[in-house]
Ligand binder design. Structure first.
Ligand SMILES: [Zn+2]
Length: 324
């Protein structure tokens, strides 16, 4: 039903205009994690070269048509600016708080769009031109403080999260991505629409385009003399360039040999079917993947699948910070 939707070039262009502030993006894994059942996000890389993939019109089109699900970054590190601000809330009474924020934003003349999410919603505000992430954050945190809306991280386990999540990010850093709107969530297997317009891509996009956007003058006016609350913790902490996420509390060490099925030893390597090749029905002979016997953390697909692709194909993507 939903999946037959076609993304016209106009739709794709409008999507870029509204949401895309840099070409780096994340991709939600198609296969759920075998233990948690969740669909994690990873940064896609090019087969062969391993170079990070850039967001293209084709990728956005596939996202809108529901074939893949992308995550978007708020801040462009070359300017420390963003095109939008999104407030994510997924706790009990989250909707109540988002509606309260939305109402009080309109008192400032700021229009916003409320998008459904798996548990709660995302409230989106668009900007006429990219504006400083730091000022956007000051404005929202100040408003939340005045309305006594809980903010996650300020000593509270539950509360709103503001994207951009950082005031600024370093060169080569990404910050946190947020699920790109209007796609199909892999886990929920459905589209989360915006309230306020018909449930078609065209109607939703027209609604979003018509929203009044915040100007630089307005944002300056809203934030004059204001600072970020001191109890927000260290926003720079996750803003540094990250490689692979280290094994954390909820992430056990990944061992490729636990996942590839039958192997045989050829020289210095275990040889197995490459899971990424297998997804597209390649590697019928089952010998594309070589895993170093002396240290199985090192493995390589002879057809050029990247580590990211292999991990994603196994439902164990190399995870990056992301909100769905
Ligand atoms: Zn492969």
């Amino acid at each position: 039903m939903d999946r037959r939707v076609r993304a016209t070039p106009t739709l794709v262009r409008d999507y870029f205009q509204l949401f895309v502030n840099r070409r780096a993006y994340t991709l939600q894994s198609v296969r759920p994690h075998p233990e948690s059942g969740r669909h994690y996000y990873f940064r896609p890389k090019e087969r062969g070269s391993g170079a990070p993939l850039s967001l293209t019109e084709k990728t956005v089109s596939r996202h809108l048509e529901g074939e893949i699900t992308i995550g978007l970054y708020a801040i462009n590190p070359s300017s420390q600016r963003c095109k939008w601000v999104a407030i994510d809330a997924d706790y009990k009474n989250a909707m109540e708080d988002l509606l309260k924020l939305q109402y009080h934003l309109t008192q400032d003349g700021v229009e916003s769009a409320l998008e459904m999410s798996r548990r709660g919603g995302h409230l989106w505000i668009f900007l006429t031109t990219p504006l400083l992430a730091r000022k956007c954050r000051i404005y929202i945190y100040d408003l939340a403080g005045r309305l006594e809306v809980p903010v996650k991280g300020s000593g509270l386990a539950e509360g709103i999260e503001v994207f951009p999540k950082h005031d600024a990010i370093g060169t080569g850093a990404f910050g946190n991505a947020l699920r790109g709107p209007l796609g199909i969530h892999r886990g929920a297997n459905r589209r989360f629409w915006f309230y306020g317009a018909d449930y078609t891509l065209e109607a939703q996009m027209e609604f979003l385009k018509r929203l009044r956007k915040v100007t630089e003058e307005e944002l300056d006016q809203f934030t004059t003399g204001k600072e970020l609350p001191a109890d927000l913790g260290d926003p720079q902490r996750e803003a540094k360039p990250t490689r692979e996420q280290p094994a954390g509390r909820n992430q056990t060490t990944f061992r490729i040999l636990d996942h590839v099925g039958k192997t045989r030893i050829v020289g210095k390597n275990h040889v197995a079917r490459c899971p990424s090749c297998a997804e597209v029905r390649h590697d019928r002979s089952g010998d594309n993947l070589a895993i170093l016997v002396s240290d199985p953390r090192f493995y390589q697909c002879w057809a050029g699948c990247t580590k990211e692709m292999i991990r994603a194909a196994l439902g164990h993507p190399i995870r990056v910070p992301q909100r769905a």
